[in-house]
Each structure stands twice: as C-alpha cells, then as structure tokens.
Design a protein around this ligand. Structure first.
Ligand SMILES: NC(=O)c1ccc[n+]([C@@H]2O[C@H](COP(=O)([O-])OP(=O)(O)OC[C@H]3O[C@@H](n4cnc5c(N)ncnc54)[C@H](O)[C@@H]3O)[C@@H](O)[C@H]2O)c1
Length: 453
C-alpha cells in the first residue's frame, strides 16, 4: 500500500484529556501529497553517501522511498559499515573508505554527507569543488568559521545545498507555519522548546563493535581537522561526547528545534544574543558536554523581538520533542506528530478582582459603567475552539526532505533548508555552547560574523 494513500479523516472528540475540561477538540489528520507527485522526475539523481553510520543508514532507508534518486556509492571509514550501507539501501553498491573516488566520477550528481560534525566542512567543500550538489546533515557546521566557508563555497559554485534538519520539510511544520502566518496566535514574543531523553542511547552511549580496531577503522582520516589523538574506539563511535568532533546537545537537538522555529516563524536569522546554563549531572563518563542545557535567546523580529527558551535534559523524558508558541490570542504547540492550537479567551469581560479592595458602592458603580459600555457582552469564544492536526502513523519527514533536495537538484530551484538557513540554525547552537563553556552571555556580531563574549 502506498504510505500516502490514506484518505482525509476529520473527526471531533469531546473532552480530550490533553486540553481544558469541557473544551471541544477538533482533530484533523494531515494528508501528505504523494512523493512521486511532488517531484518531476525528468531524471533520477545519482547520489553517493559519505558516512553510513546511524544517520547515513537511516538516510539510505528514507531515500529508498524517493523514486527520483538512486544511490551509486557509499563511503565510510569503518569497514563493516560498507555492508550496513548495502543492507540499508537494499542492494549492492560500490563502497570505499575514500569518498573522493565518487567526486571524480561524472556519474555522481550529488553527495549526502552524514559524517561526524567536524568533517561536514571538509566533505562539503571537496564535493562542491568537484561540482556536486550537497545534502549535509545537521548541524551544518562544527564551528562558525566552517559554516561561513561552506556558504561561500556553495554560493560561489552555484551548487544546491540542503542542510539535514528534516522536520522543515514535514507536513506538520507546514501546517504550523500556516497557522503562525495566519495571525491566529496574535503577537508572539515568546517561544519555548524542549527535547528530553532518559536512556543511554538518548545520551549517546552507543555500542562499540567488537571488531573495531585500527585495521577496520580509518582513524587517520577520522581525526583530520581535529587535534591529534591515538586510536580510540570510544571517540570514533561516541564522537558526540567530545568537542573535537561533536557539538553536544546544541548540535544534536537544539539545531532541530531552532530549524523548526525558523521555518515556522519565517525568522531566518541569527539570534542577537544567548545565555546558557546547565551541567553534567549523570553521564560522568569522560564526556566534554553537559547532559542538561538550557539557553535563552534574543531573536530580532519584525514585531520587536522574540525570546526563545530551549532546554534539553538527558536525565528525564517527561516531554519528548515540543515547541510552544505563546501569542497574545493563542498558543500553538508542535510535538513530534501533532500541532495543537488553543486560542486564548480575550473576550472583553468585567474585571472583578481589583474591585475586591473597594467598597460595595464603588464596585456597583464600576459594574454599572461596564454594563453601559458593553450593552451586549460577547459570549466567551474559548468553547469549541481547540484544533489539533496529526500526521498519519509512519509518516516520514526524512523522505520528504530528501525528495525536496532531489527536486531542487533537478530544477535548480530553491530548497527548503539552504546554506543560509542551515548556517543560521547551526550558529544558534554555537552561541549556546559558547555561552555555556565561557560562562558568559554570547552575542552575535553580525558585522564581523563572530561570537563575542
Ligand atoms: N537529521 C537527523 O535527525 C540526524 C540524526 C542523527 C544524526 N544526525 C547527524 O548525522 C551525522 C552523523 O551522525 P551518526 O549518528 O550517523 O554518526 P555515526 O558515528 O553513527 O556515523 C558517522 C559515520 O561517518 C563516517 N565518516 C566520518 N568521516 C568520514 C569520512 N571522511 N569519509 C567517510 N566516512 C566518514 C564514520 O566512519 C561513521 O561511520 C552527524 O552530523 C549527526 O549530527 C542527524
């Protein structure tokens, strides 16, 4: 069955537990357009993938659902992952440790980059120099200078570049963007986003394979562009724990949340300043990064400014992924698979609390004046107003994101998450880390394109 063949289903539920008792909730199942119809397959994009670990294999599995692309090769530094790549793609493909063989080939149109963060820059610059279009996993950059160099190279080479925060291609985020743009939230100056986990996997304590050795792992290529270090399988397979290769909670989770906020609000810029707090409370396994990180950002916006509060906790999973937009006339909450819009009741009504400290005569006079000014008070509009939108079970925004990239490679038209967008989101996580590690407010100096303390 086509995974998008589900017909539209609107239904109404009374008294759903997630919202105020008595409120009527209208739930709508969002209906994805078929991937095949979204794209114009004048030709299949031939892509090579660099990095076929956890994400690279997931990308290959997602790409199998996209008829406009075909994998023509995979590179990985750990020998055993060559077989993992073939299994993920579901067929035999050429594999190598050295991705440059694919850059030399005229049969490769595009490169998917799913290496550890610190090698995004090198692989992207090499691919762009070879005339390839690039899909690069998030966070786009490991350092601010990396992202700036990538933007410059992509623009100079007139390449298509897509950063890999797949939610920006999600039908759910498109719905949230429509609600935000409709003005139904009123003035939004406050956004709160969180992503909590409470498991070793959620804290990046990934398995170290028994066959990991200097023979099966190309360690020298791994520590290119990083400080010299003797072979260490923990550093190779759990690189997210170390600042030499990874970007911590900022690069792993904040960047998804910031990308979501950017695409929903349309604010495609860098925060002017950020302040982080947090700590390493549980996973004292030699890692460099905190397992709890909270950051407050100031974002410039047309309405005078937006405060964004991000928090990720690897010691509690009370709430998974959630972004809340607090507006003067409504609140919108975006979770992994639903958007909920709860209008605020801003119906004019008699202000009763302040009259408690007045005399009976004063209160009566106030009430009489209010009634005279409001001869027919409007009914409260809160009842029946809550709307939720959900995606079908099994909906995969990664496939939509890859389809979006292939379409742009074909048409040479805009991608949803280009190098500017991806770089802005990545700088957001660098601001958070800078503030945390320097114990200072981090400010973004747009003139020099640097972070200052
Ligand atoms: N979009 C998402 O939801 C999502 C999810 C997970 C990871 N990611 C991102 O994907 C990237 C990879 O993460 P992962 O979890 O797959 O890590 P991983 O360690 O499982 O896999 C990375 C792979 O890259 C390979 N590699 C590194 N340098 C290479 C090079 N020069 N040539 C060839 N192969 C190279 C390594 O051998 C390794 O197998 C990271 O940037 C991460 O932030 C994105």
């Amino acid at each position: 069955m086509n995974r998008f063949s589900m017909s539209r289903r609107d239904f109404v539920r009374l008294g759903a537990g997630a919202v105020a008792a008595g409120a009527v909730v209208k739930t709508t199942m969002l209906e994805p357009a078929a991937l095949a119809a979204q794209t114009a397959p004048s030709r299949r994009i031939r892509f090579a993938i660099v990095g076929t670990g956890i994400r690279g294999c997931d990308l290959l599995r997602a790409a199998r659902q996209v008829p406009t692309g075909i994998c023509v090769g995979a590179a990985d530094l750990y020998e055993t992952r060559h077989q993992a790549a073939k299994e993920a793609w579901g067929g035999d493909i050429p594999t190598t440790r050295d991705y440059r063989v694919f850059l030399d080939s005229k049969d490769v149109d595009a490169v998917l980059v799913a290496t550890s963060d610190h090698l995004h820059r090198r692989v992207t610059l090499d691919a762009v120099a070879a005339g390839k279009d690039v899909y690069c996993e998030k966070p786009m950059s490991h350092k601010v200078a990396d992202g700036l160099a990538m933007v410059e190279a992509v623009e100079a080479g007139k390449r298509i570049f897509q950063a890999g925060s797949q939610r920006v291609s999600s039908i759910l985020y498109a719905k949230a963007r429509d609600i935000y743009a409709s003005g139904r939230l009123g003035e939004v100056h406050s956004i709160d986003a969180q992503w909590n986990r409470n498991s070793p996997g959620g804290a990046w304590v990934y398995p170290i394979p028994a066959d990991a050795s200097p023979q099966t792992v190309d360690w020298d290529r791994f520590i290119q562009d990083a400080p010299p270090h003797p072979f260490d399988p923990v550093r190779f397979f759990r690189w997210r724990l170390f600042r030499d290769y990874g970007s911590g909670l900022g690069g792993d989770l904040f960047v998804h949340l910031l990308s979501g906020i950017q695409v929903i609000t349309g604010i495609n810029t860098v925060a002017s300043r950020a302040y982080s707090s947090g700590g390493l409370y549980h996973y004292k396994d030699g890692r460099d990064f905190p397992d709890l990180l909270e950051t407050v950002y100031d974002y410039p916006s047309a309405n005078g400014g937006i405060q964004v509060h991000l928090h990720c906790n690897q010691n509690n999973n009370d709430a998974d992924e959630r972004i809340s937009f607090f507006g003067s006339t409504g609140t919108m909450v975006v979770t992994g698979n639903s958007v909920t819009l709860t209008p605020q009741d801003v119906t004019p009504r008699f202000e009763s609390y302040g009259w408690n400290g007045m005399t009976d005569a004063q209160r009566k006079q106030g009430m009489d004046e209010w009634r005279a000014a409001h001869p027919a008070p409007p009914l409260s509009m809160i009842e029946g107003a809550v709307e939720t939108y959900t995606v079908p079970r099994g909906y995969d925004d990664a496939a939509d994101h890859i389809a979006n990239f292939f379409r742009a490679v074909n048409t040479r038209q805009h991608v949803v998450e280009d190098e500017i967008f991806g770089n802005n989101a990545a700088i957001g996580c660098h601001l958070a880390n800078y503030s945390y590690f320097h114990r200072t407010v981090a400010t973004w100096d747009a003139a020099t394109k640097t972070i200052k303390g």
